[in-house]
Design a protein around this ligand. Sequence first.
Ligand SMILES: [Ca+2]
Length: 90
Amino acid sequence: MTTEESILNKIQILITKHFETPKAAFEFFDADNDRKLKKSEIIKLLKEAEINGFIRGIVSSKLIEGYDKSGDELVDWDEFKAAIAKIKTA
Ligand SMILES: [Ca+2]
């Protein structure tokens, strides 16, 4: 498994263990309710997914880089769904 795969895998475990749906997880981590995950909200998610503290910053940047298609440096629901879809096919 690549690092990216193992990180996505941990996120999936977090979602299936603690949330009924990926949407519920998305809404939980969207602390300010703007329907987008900003970097600090993604870092919180990574923390809950037990991603090592030393790499959380870089991982959140990579996730935003990889999944933010609209270029606003925020991950919206459609972009989050795309990330989840990638986990399922991995
Ligand atoms: Ca937000």
